[in-house]
Design a protein around this ligand. Sequence first.
Ligand code: HEM
Length: 149
Amino acid sequence: RQGGSQSRAEEMVCRVEWLIPSFLLFDLDPDLLPLFQYNCKQFASPQECLSAPEFLDHIRKVMLVIDAAVSHLENLSCLEEYLCNLGKKHQAVGVKVESFSTVGESLLYMLEKCLGAAFSPEVQEAWSKLYNAVVKAMQRGWETLPEGD
Ligand code: HEM
């Protein structure tokens, strides 16, 4: 366990600009590009999107959600309603539930780059569990789930 009051997610929010070029998202799923639109303007290329301040803002938003989840680890249910609504917003934007796995993969890759040797299998597992819990809560906001359960 390492000291320091700054959480990992906060640290990443500060460093994330450095990692954008390695952000795999649009390599893994080019169909996500048209979903990021600001003022009805579509990005012509992943490069353009990755360097847009609005996109960086969205990454910060993602990290803040993760950070909130980390701080409420013992009691994720208090974020339930917020996450459910967040899911609804994403469905409205046109995001598919499966896309969150792609985002998860990209984030995992970023974390690996960010943490280097500190990215132990335990950290990876803890991270995946947390991310999956967040995504599951967001998915509850979907009106029709692909495999209803
Ligand atoms: C599948 C990939 C995703 C796409 C295409 C996507 C797209 C968007 C878009 C277009 C917006 C509205 C504009 C903006 O605020 O930038 C938005 C808002 C937001 N997204 Fe995402 N998003 C994705 C994944 C995620 C994930 C995984 C999280 C968090 C775990 C997240 C958290 C947020 C938050 C907090 C907002 C602001 C909502 C608000 O204004 O109330 N997004 N997203």
